[in-house]
Design a protein around this ligand. Structure first.
Ligand code: SF4
Ligand code: SF4
Length: 337
């Protein structure tokens, strides 16, 4: 289906009546450096607000897993029962690239298929969210989605491509056909990236000797434990809990789940004052091996989708892809011995 600019905006206005739309958009003056803009996820109300060719440094995972969410509230007397807050959410469309649509499969595994019990807060949101596909015509320097097997997807409701005089649309979900009925029929297929600029080999398994390998020392020296890599990652789900007194009624308290990071100080501190990952090298090892080896052992696919965001945002220029290269080189040479 092809629609000219007028038809496209009219169709989109009807979609906006029924759905909240979250897509990459420009935030003026909110860039990393003063007086710069940033392309990041936000609510949009017209197609013209969507940035089709920019890369976002942060993902849209907060749509499904909010940065801070209240799980339940309780009154501060022993007889009172906790009151489940539940999930209220308008149907939502999120514009995602193929790697990010694949990252939702990781979130599904973590929240819905982990430990034999579904996370009802996540599932309450998940059932309200649909995905529109954004195309990647060429890879960026930090992407390695082809190496991770996440460069393509069929899991989208609608694919939208911006063209010179309008938009090309491919509809996979009949629920959206009514919005785009005024266009001209055309066979539209999304293009996917077929080769990374720096292809990686991902090791199938690693030897236990990697645990104490000297490569981690560099990360202890270099990493500052800021957690920025994990905040930007579409598949990181570490959280902490806080009991927050209700500002208006001091007899009430809210139990909140808040994003945290395996990379920050004391995240692994246990009762009894035992911290089993103390150096930043230990934390890097945990993160990287979870992303490419340990999660895969449990769920059959890697946790890392190769979006390259962690490489882009790290203030110490630490590279996930370079670390994977090092691990692979060690695994290959161990295998040859
Ligand atoms: S670890 Fe880095 S490259 Fe992999 S999914 Fe997370 S942010 Fe993207
Ligand atoms: S790897 Fe970089 S972004 Fe991640 S915690 Fe260390 S310094 Fe921060």
């Amino acid at each position: 289906m092809r629609l000219d600019s007028k038809q496209s905006e009219a169709a989109f206005l009807n979609v906006v009546k029924d759905y909240t739309i979250v897509a990459p958009t420009i935030k003026v003056g909110e860039g990393r450096f003063s007086d710069t803009d940033i392309v990041t996820y936000g609510n949009v109300e017209s197609l013209s607000e969507i940035v089709f060719d920019g890369i976002t440094q942060f993902s849209a995972k907060s749509v499904l897993s909010p940065i801070r969410e209240t799980l339940f509230s309780y009154e501060n007397n022993n007889s009172a029962k906790a009151k489940d807050v539940g999930v209220e959410m308008k149907p939502t469309i999120v514009f995602l690239r193929a790697c990010d649509i694949n990252s939702v499969e990781v979130l599904d595994a973590m929240f819905l298929k982990n430990g034999g019990r579904q996370d009802s807060y996540f599932s309450g949101r998940r059932e309200h969210v649909k995905f529109f596909l954004l195309e990647c015509q060429s890879p960026s320097a930090s992407c390695f989605c082809v190496s991770m097997g996440t460069s393509t997807t069929k899991n989208y409701s609608v694919f939208v491509r911006k063209e010179e005089n309008g938009y090309a649309v491919k509809i996979n979900d009949d629920a959206f056909s009514k919005y785009f009925s005024h266009g001209t029929k055309a066979e539209i297929e999304p293009a996917f990236v077929t080769e990374d600029l720096s292809p990686l080999s991902i090791p199938d398994s690693v030897d236990n000797s990697l645990f104490n390998h000297e490569i981690w020392k560099e990360y202890s020296r270099r990493c500052i434990g800021c957690g920025r890599c994990t905040v930007s990652c579409p598949t990181c789900t570490c959280f902490t809990m806080q009991d927050v007194p209700d500002a208006e009624d001091q007899r009430k308290t809210k139990r909140q789940r808040i994003w945290s990071s395996c990379q920050i100080k004391k995240f692994s501190l246990l009762a009894g004052n035992h911290d089993f990952r103390t150096t930043n090298g230990d934390k890097m090892r945990y993160k990287v091996l979870h992303k490419i080896v340990d999660f895969k052992k449990k769920f059959g696919f890697s946790m890392c989708v190769g979006c390259g965001r962690c490489d882009q945002v790290c203030p110490e220029y630490i590279s996930m892809s370079k670390c994977i290269e090092k691990i692979n080189a060690i695994s290959v040479s161990d295998g040859e011995q």
